[in-house]
Design a protein around this ligand. Structure first.
Ligand code: ADP
Ligand code: MG
Length: 692
């Protein structure tokens, strides 16, 4: 199966080379290269006598003569052949296919497919032809391959057209039976799915469409079962290998924090907190993902969970991706937890010297009950007395590798882990990408917050938009302007640096304009954010560095330049930066998208305010992987499955995977051997997966 294509009859070096260049290196690759669709040449060949004018038909004929006829139009040449079957004569015509006159000769038996035109004898405008009758060369394709029944149409290139791929697949198809089928019979029977060999055959050359659909479903389920098994096995192993401290208490600290709040938790916050507390009561380490809209109040949920940890005489830490965010979290946690007498300690790379030593000591001795910091917190050299709860905020900013590093560091210390993210990961995606996490969701923002009004502003209305922003600024409020790039480039995109200058000199002369972007030193960037947060600047021009959770209550407007360049999830994240205080927020998307898709996305932003709905939409419009960003798409590289389409299959696969692991935790039973191998091959980077 892994063998090269040259082993197939009729495949020479040149073809094999072209196929390789297209990503089809082995017979298995070829067999798993699925057709994009099937063209329906439903009936087989029909007698010439029975053909009706105007219909599309296939005939099986013998060639009598063939010639090229020039026409009056210089560019148009017609190839004409006289053909016959037992029932009559036909004139076959092709346009601009001179070479056919060279390769076809009288006596050849052909299958021709095309439209029938009136004439005596009748004519056929041939769309597809196939030689089936002369045995001159070796590897001839199966009869009717291109002209009868459901004919597969493949993703192809000019060098390797669909027709050629069809021939290659046809040559390889007898080997499909030899494909190792990872799915055990009991799984197939449960869903009445064909074997892998049967499915591969039917997905290329189905007799009828339902057969192709079932075959495709089989491939999808097979792929998802393997994926889910890997994720579940990993999760169960972690759970089995490690124990965490059981965190429970009377809830006094939590009550103290709650009683100081001026509002009550939303039902969704309550539910999420209940789930988290149930998790950390147990010695099985928590691995929970808390998804919540921007501004949905995740921090509060985390803070209350931390109270439980502190009450159990343990430490809690919250990790955030940037120093600015760490400082911001310190402020809000400090205020939240003060009523319980907890005063969080900040530890970032900026804190150096004696001060750092002092804090490290507090962490080591346990007097620091809650620690806020960047991921440097979990680096070597930071020792905790008893770290029992780790909260990872804006987890999507940490890559998959970082996540597993965090987890293993947490495991050494027997800690529970709560991941929080504002990226609205669609449920289907969460199941795949985070199959090893359980998920809590907060969909609604606290009451009294109106959704951010989002407008798509076209170029002619730019000045008017600026005028409205100036009014906001005069009223003491603030605005962001987000640009896709830092410096001016040749692509004409607005850059933060140039835009800051332009705005300060022109439309916003007289206001104070700040600048923050990723190419600044972290001191400069931090200062710029601080100036904005504390109201010293009115307008902050920035790149997406502000995307991550920055909380400036006075900011009411966010402008996004070249908005069509951003993903929906990212735009949603950006607009979450405003409307965080008492005043409603406005998001102005400037954009002149070059295509329909871009326009649809900007339009969607103005219509849809629910981040989860947007994420589903993003998934549908742009395909898989983009919602999570490149860094996290690895786990979701799927060959057959489309998560937006194959939801049912995903649920079924998950169910089967659970069943399999319940019965046979290491998949060592004979019936599960192939499955075990497939899972280990799918996750080559996870050592000792499914080993005892
Ligand atoms: P995020 O989920 O984006 O991290 P935050 O935790 O920063 O959201 O919360 C956003 C704001 O909403 C904070 O100022 C917080 O005090 C406030 N908040 C949280 N929960 C509630 C609630 N139930 N009712 C009213 N305001 C709330
Ligand atoms: Mg937050």
């Amino acid at each position: 199966m892994a063998g090269p294509l040259e082993q197939l009859r009729g495949v020479g070096r040149v073809t094999a080379e072209r196929a390789r260049a297209f990503g089809l290196a082995s017979v298995a690759d070829l067999l798993l290269h699925l057709p994009a669709r099937h063209e329906d040449f439903a009936e087989g060949a029909r007698p010439i006598r029975d053909l009706a004018i105007g219909e599309d038909a296939t005939v099986r004929v013998e060639l009598d003569s063939i010639s090229v006829r020039p026409t009056r139009r210089r560019r148009l040449r017609i190839v004409q052949a006289r053909v016959h079957d037992e029932t009559g004569l036909l004139v076959a015509t092709w346009f601009n296919r001179d070479y056919l006159a060279r390769v076809l000769s009288p006596g050849d038996v052909l299958l021709l497919r095309g439209k029938i035109r009136a004439g005596a004898p009748p004519e056929m405008n041939v769309q597809t032809q196939e030689v089936i009758g002369t045995g001159a060369e070796g590897g001839r394709a199966s009869e009717g391959l291109h002209t009868t029944g459901l004919v597969p149409v493949y993703p192809a290139t000019e060098a390797l057209p669909s027709r050629r791929i069809r021939e290659l697949v046809d040559a390889a198809i007898p080997l499909a039976r030899g494909l190792r089928d990872p799915l055990p019979v009991w799984m197939r029977e449960r869903l009445t799915l064909p074997s892998l060999g049967e499915a591969v055959h039917a997905v290329h050359f189905p007799r009828r469409r339902p057969e192709a659909r079932l075959a495709r479903r089989r491939l999808v389920v097979g792929e998802l079962v393997v994926l889910q098994l890997g994720l579940l096995a990993l999760m169960r192993r972690e759970a089995a290998d490690h124990v965490a401290s059981a965190l429970r208490g009377e809830g006094d600290l939590e009550r103290q924090v709650r009683s100081a709040l001026t509002f009550s938790l939303t039902p969704e916050q309550e539910r999420a907190l209940t789930q988290v507390k149930a998790d950390i009561r147990r010695t099985r380490p928590m691995r929970r993902l808390l998804q919540g809209e921007v501004g949905s109040g995740k921090t509060l949920v985390a803070a209350l969970a931390m109270c439980t940890a502190v009450e159990a005489d343990a430490q809690a830490a919250i990790l955030v991706p940037t120093e600015t965010l760490a400082e911001q979290h310190l402020r809000s946690l400090d205020a939240l937890l003060a009523p319980a007498g907890i005063s969080p300690v900040l530890l970032t790379g900026r804190i150096q010297g004696a001060e750092r030593e002092r804090r490290l000591l507090a962490i080591k001795t346990g007097t620091a009950q809650v620690v806020v910091g960047t991921q440097a917190l979990l680096s070597e050299g930071v020792e905790f007395a008893n770290l029992a709860l780790v909260v990872v905020d804006e987890q999507h900013r940490f890559g998959v590798e970082q996540r597993s590093a965090l987890t293993s560091r947490a495991d050494e210390g027997r800690a529970h882990v709560l991941y929080m993210t504002a990226t609205p990961i669609p449920r289907t995606m969460a199941l795949t990408a985070f199959g090893d996490l359980v998920v809590s969701v907060i969909r609604r923002r606290p009451p009294g917050r109106s959704p951010v009004a989002t407008e798509w502003v076209r170029e002619p209305d730019r000045d008017e938009a600026y005028a409205r922003i100036r009014e906001e600024l005069r009223a003491g409020r603030q605005a962001y302007v987000i640009c896709p790039r830092v410096e001016q480039d040749t692509d004409g995109r607005r850059s933060a640096v140039a835009e800051a200058e332009r705005l300060a000199a022109g439309p916003f002369a007289g206001f104070s304009v700040g600048l923050a972007h990723g190419a600044q030193s972290s001191d400069d960037k931090r200062q710029a954010m601080l100036d904005f947060a504390e109201g010293r600047t009115d307008l902050l021009v920035a790149t997406t560095v502000v995307e991550v959770g920055i909380d400036v209550a006075g900011a009411t407007v966010i402008v996004v330049e070249d908005a069509e360049r951003f993903g929906l999830a990212q735009l949603h994240q950006l607009r979450g930066r405003v409307g965080r205080g008492a005043d409603p927020g406005t998001c102005m998307l400037f954009g002149e998208p070059a295509n329909e898709e871009g326009a649809r996305r900007l339009e969607a932003m103005t219509q849809v305010s629910d981040g989860f709905a947007l994420a589903e939409l993003d998934l549908e419009m742009r395909g898989e992987g983009t919602v999570l960003g490149a860094r996290q798409s690895g786990a979701t590289d799927l060959r057959f499955a489309r998560l937006t389409r194959d939801r049912r299959e995903l649920a079924q696969a998950r169910h089967l995977a659970r069943k399999a692991l319940d019965r046979d935790p290491r998949l060592t039973a004979d019936v599960h051997r192939p499955l075990r191998e497939a899972v280990r091959e799918r996750f080559p980077d996870i050592p000792r997966l499914l080993e005892a």
